[in-house]
Ligand binder design. Structure first.
Ligand SMILES: Nc1nc2c(c(=O)[nH]1)N[C@H]1C(S)=C(S)[C@@H](COP(=O)(O)O)O[C@H]1N2
Ligand SMILES: [Mo]
Length: 300
């Protein structure tokens, strides 16, 4: 499949953080990999797909369980207990259960994916994730035929999560995808960044990454995955349905009620860097067919 962004390097080839850039150049220089070309050209239009530094990725976060400030998660998330970790898989699946994380992921392939990441607040980064395709996990637990959506839930550890104590949102944080979105090969369950284990503030030990959607869809520190035939509630839509839709696909032509979504500020770009144009589906046009025939201003 043209859009299947798998590289031909194995885990053994994987690179220290500072050579990620080189590897990207190798990838984008490889003929015959359509997806890479596409992503490469969209990136070129934006001035390159250079990953943010690990330091940037770990120090500027949204994780309201640990406070609403951008540096609160880095300061507070060390209190979260991430081991042992289990994930409840339930609903319309053949193999429901409480899985130890390692058992759920056992035998599945860890992929390296450098994705653009665009927050609904109009800042962005480029992040080199390590993770497993959600489709691989769903196929392992066996999705039943009537299932139409996948719902996710974040851990709640009130004693360790200062934002939960303050009830800044209605916790647990919940998210959801349509099943075809969940099965798309771009959709990742990330366990690392730059080949380092996921930092707590980034959603350790495992979080969703849906690169063509606004960042809040990429729910962190997941403890439950439910297959269902009904569209599940999602935290930001429950908090403010006028401002945050279920789909929340990155779309420069549909503004947030309180700000434009046409451009974005790249974190690490420097104080005086020009804002970049935001790309439809965040530069992943291969997902457009998922929304064929839908009015994206209504289904925002
Ligand atoms: N459980 C949980 N997941 C969450 C959030 C949150 O507050 N709680 N914030 C979301 C938002 S708004 C964004 S932009 C991304 C930020 O991910 P990052 O901090 O790893 O860049 O996480 C998303 N996932
Ligand atoms: Mo966000």
């Amino acid at each position: 499949m043209a859009y299947r962004w798998k590289n031909d390097l194995t885990r053994a080839d994987v690179t220290p953080k500072d050579s990620y850039l080189n590897r990207r150049q190798i990838l984008t220089g490889t003929a015959g990999l359509g997806a890479i070309g596409l992503i490469g050209s969209a990136a070129a239009a934006q001035g390159g797909l250079e990953p943010n530094t690990l330091e940037e990725i770990r120090s500027y976060n949204n994780f309201y369980e640990f406070g609403t400030g951008k540096t609160d998660p880095a300061q507070n998330a060390h209190k979260m207990v991430t081991s042992p970790w289990s994930i409840k898989v339930d609903g319309m699946v053949n193999n429901p259960g409480d899985y130890a994380l390692a058992d759920l992921l056992d035998g599945l392939t860890v992929e390296d994916r450098i994705y653009r990441f665009r927050c609904v607040e109009a800042w962005s980064m480029v992040i080199p994730w390590n993770g497993i395709e959600l489709a691989d996990i769903l196929n392992k637990v066996g999705v039943q035929s009537g299932a139409k959506y996948v719902a996710f839930e974040t851990a709640v550890q009130p004693e360790n999560m200062i934002g939960v104590q303050r009830r800044v949102l209605d916790f647990p944080y919940v998210e959801g995808l349509r099943l075809d979105e969940a099965m798309h090969p771009l959709t990742l369950m990330a366990t690392g960044i730059y080949d380092e284990p996921m930092a707590n503030q980034n959603g350790a030990p495992i979080r969703l990454v849906v690169p063509w959607k606004y960042g809040f869809k990429s729910i962190k520190s997941i403890v439950r995955i439910t297959l269902t035939d009904r569209r599940p509630p999602i935290s930001w839509n429950v908090a403010n349905g006028r401002e945050y839709g279920f789909y929340s696909n990155v779309n420069p032509t549909v503004d947030h009620p309180r700000w434009s979504q046409a451009t974005e500020r790249r974190i690490g770009g420097g104080l005086f860097a020009a804002r970049q144009d935001t790309l439809m589906f965040n530069g992943y046009p291969e997902v457009a067919s998922l929304y064929e025939g839908m009015d994206l201003t209504v289904n925002f």
